[in-house]
Design a protein around this ligand. Structure first.
Ligand code: IPM
Ligand code: MG
Length: 355
């Protein structure tokens, strides 16, 4: 088959890690007889430098015309002082919204080879953990009404958390269906002891329960969830939560897997076109040094094969190759503790050898 992939390399380590994932996809294409055509578009700081805006129209159009999108990372100190709506991060929110990607799947699992990297006590992670975070991605406080005004104490700024029934229902449907394909355990995370938006969220989660009798569903308050993730991560199978809570908890979950450099993500809407990106940022401090861990991006490419192109065997092939390379003891700088490590290009070579 022939697939057209839009590449949004972005800033910092973005170009290096996307190049690695492209090399892996090309190797997979060769092995299984697929053609992947890659078309690069600008996003983030590099787009600001070249065109004056973080998300040029051609980028949005290119993504919408593609079969799927692979993204590196955006942002860096150079653009940190720009006003909010001109920041590189705005482009990320913009492209998710323009593509209608309301679902963000963030798997966090402990690789057996990386058990020693987990900062939790050995007895806590004895049996590992394998969590799928289903984060709502185009609603909530990141997209709600915002502004500046004069308030009781003078100048103030505000952002609003707002969720409609439609938005809650569609993300919960994805979460329930995801749970059905896994261990049938769903935990919905909210702050229903304080927020009205969470109370509506919780109500709808339970209205939908009857449609999924196989799924065991429970609620958890977000502060407790932050604690439970480090107390007993193995209790989680599928988590469903809002945009902001999902943003925060997925970073926490990544740390207990050993390195944020390991976690991929898939952003999906109601068709097969998705956007795949590592959950980490652009790491400007190591950009251009051939030192970044490309595994999160390579695994994001494997998620693209599965979720957008329905190529399960090809997708599994990548995941298994990453496993083999880690089991053989190869590490990137983020996992090396100052000891010998492989460069971005070298670890990519190893993964390709193991496909
Ligand atoms: C993420 C990032 C983004 C988000 C930022 C960069 C806008 O933190 O993908 O988790 O909050 O969604
Ligand atoms: Mg984040």
């Amino acid at each position: 088959m022939n697939y057209n992939i839009a590449l949004l390399k972005g800033d910092g380590i973005g170009p290096e890690i996307v190049d690695s994932a492209v090399r892996v996809l090309e190797a997979i294409g060769k092995k299984y007889n697929h053609t992947f055509n890659f078309t690069p578009y600008l996003i983030g700081g590099c787009a600001i430098d070249a065109t004056g805006e973080p998300l040029p129209k051609e980028t949005v159009e290119g993504c919408l015309a593609s079969d799927s999108v692979l993204l590196g990372a955006v942002g860096g100190p150079k653009w940190d002082t720009l006003p909010g709506n001109m920041r590189p991060e705005k482009a990320l929110l913009g492209i998710r919204s323009a593509m209608g990607l309301f679902t963000n799947l963030r798997p966090a699992k402990l690789y057996s080879a990386l058990k020693d990297e987990c900062p939790l006590r050995a007895d806590i992670v004895e049996n590992g953990f394998d969590i799928m975070i289903v984060r709502e991605l185009t609603g909530g406080i990141y997209f709600g009404e915002r502004g500046m005004r004069e308030g009781k104490y003078g100048e103030e700024a505000y952002d609003t958390e707002c969720y409609s029934r439609m938005e809650i229902e569609r993300i919960c449907k994805v979460a329930y269906e995801t749970a059905l394909k896994r261990k049938c355990k769903l935990i919905s995370i909210d702050k229903a002891n304080v927020l009205d938006s969470s109370r509506l969220w919780r109500k709808i989660v339970h209205e939908m329960e009857k449609d999924y009798p196989e799924v065991e569903v429970a609620d958890m308050l977000v502060d407790n969830a932050a604690m439970q993730l480090v107390r007993n991560p193995a209790q989680f199978d599928v988590i469903v939560t809002t945009n902001m809570f999902g943003d925060i908890l997925s970073d926490e979950a990544s740390q207990i897997t050993g390195s944020i450099g390991m976690l991929p993500s898939a952003s999906l809407g109601d068709n097969t076109r998705g956007l795949y990106e590592p959950i980490h940022g652009s790491a400007p401090d190591i950009a251009g040094q051939n030192k970044a861990n490309p595994i999160a991006t390579i695994l994001s490419a494997s998620m693209m094969l599965l979720y957008s192109f329905n190529l399960k065997e090809e997708s599994d092939n990548i995941v298994n190759a990453v496993d083999k390379v880690l089991n053989a003891g190869y590490r990137t700088a983020d996992l090396s503790h100052g000891k010998e490590y492989l460069s971005t290009v070298e670890i990519t070579d190893k993964i390709i050898e193991n496909l």
